[in-house]
Every structure is written in C-alpha cells, then in structure tokens.
Design a protein around this ligand. Structure first.
Ligand SMILES: C[S@@+](CC[C@H](N)C(=O)[O-])C[C@H]1O[C@@H](n2cnc3c(N)ncnc32)[C@H](O)[C@@H]1O
Length: 197
C-alpha cells in the first residue's frame, strides 16, 4: 500500500472509531490545534457543512455557550448543538437567517466548500476559487471585527490573487496543509485572522 493510501485509511479508521462522520473532521481538528480558531462561546458559520464532520468538531470546541450554523446544498443529518440550513451560500436570504440564529455577527467562518469536480484541472481550480471568493464575500458580511476564517483552496495560478484579496480584509493570512489532507492532493487551507471591519 502506498504511504498516501495508508494515511487516508488511518484517518478513515480513526473517524469510524471516534464517531466522526467524515475523515475531514481531522483537518479542522489539526487546523484548530495550530491556530486556536474555535474558542468556548464562539459563534461559528460552517459553509459547505455536509455530511457534518466539521460541525461535530465545531460544536464540541465552542461548547454550550457557543453557536454553530452550517449551510449546504445537500441535506446533513442533525448535529447536536448546531443548526443546519439547506441551500446555496449564494442565496442572499441566508445572511439574514444566520444573523437571526446567531443573534448577531460571527466570530468564525469556516469554508470547506467544494464544487462538483469535472476532472479537468483548470476548470476545477477556477470553480474552487470562484466558490471561495463567494465564501469571502459571505464572511465579509457576517464576521465581527477581529474574527477569523478558514478557506479551502486548490493550489494553482489563481490562488495568489485570492490570497492578495484576503489580505485586504484580514490582518494575518496563513497557508496550511494539515496532515489529514492527502499529500497527493493540491488542497490547501488558508487561515485568516484579525478580520478588519
Ligand atoms: C468537502 S464537502 C464538506 C465536508 C464537511 N466539511 C465535513 O466535514 O463534513 C463540500 C461541501 O460543499 C457543498 N457546496 C458546494 N457548493 C455549495 C454552495 N454553493 N452552497 C452550499 N454548499 C455548497 C457541497 O454540497 C459539499 O457538501
């Protein structure tokens, strides 16, 4: 078995053993371990939340004093402590609904959004950056000053332009590749701290 496949299996097995719905939960656990994004009492919005691995991590980290809202095109099984909205992040009504559920602005916006992949590299990279750009617009509307955000991207020529755009809105913009993200994948996460209102 290749090393990358062994690692993939390791996280899949761990997720099964530890009751996470998706191995992607470990990506958020590792990002949070490094950057301390999720705090007790935080208000969190999770864009592209299905099947719910990140919701499970976020609800545990913010505790009962926190609030977690997820949005996805696909239905997700309920997660205790989280509200899940079914629909597109492009639907402007979502902003109003989220403000109502959170009772104000968010401390954290997480985006693990992924488009349907075509298998054609250029097209998939462009679709991913386009989704992340919509997620950034969303984050600009819902985040509190000083808040943070995480955006999934695929490495490619449009990534640097997106990073530059992020620097207009956040004091610190850091690239990260959690070890739970497959090494052979060009997937990266951009962790953004100190939102400038
Ligand atoms: C990689 S999955 C997220 C996995 C999730 N973080 C977890 O741990 O369970 C990406 C999700 O983005 C969602 N998505 C893609 N485009 C979307 C859009 N415009 N609005 C809402 N969700 C979207 C997909 O339906 C998919 O469920």
């Amino acid at each position: 078995m290749r090393l990358a496949d062994a690692r993939k299996d390791q996280y899949r097995r761990l997720a099964k053993d530890q009751g996470y719905r998706a191995r992607s939960a470990y990506k958020l656990l590792q990002l949070n371990g490094s950057y301390h994004i999720l705090k007790k009492g935080s208000k969190v919005v999770d864009l592209g939340c299905a099947p719910g691995g990140w919701l499970q991590v976020a609800t545990k980290e913010v505790g009962q004093a926190g609030k977690v809202v997820g949005i996805d095109l696909k239905p997700a099984e309920p997660v205790a402590g989280a509200t899940v909205l079914e629909g597109s992040i492009e639907n402007l009504n979502m902003l109003e609904k989220i403000a109502g559920i959170l009772g104000g602005k968010a401390d954290v916006v997480l985006s693990d959004l992924a488009p349907n992949v075509s298998g054609v590299w250029d097209i998939d990279h462009a679709r991913q950056i386009s989704l992340s750009t919509i997620a950034l617009g969303f984050a600009r509307q819902v985040l509190k000053g000083g808040g943070c955000a995480v955006f999934k991207v695929f490495e490619g020529d449009m990534m640097n332009e997106f990073r530059a755009e992020l620097k207009n809105s956040f004091g610190r913009v850091l690239l990260s590749k959690p070890s739970a993200s497959r090494q052979e994948s060009s997937e990266l996460y951009i962790v953004c701290l100190d939102f400038k209102q």
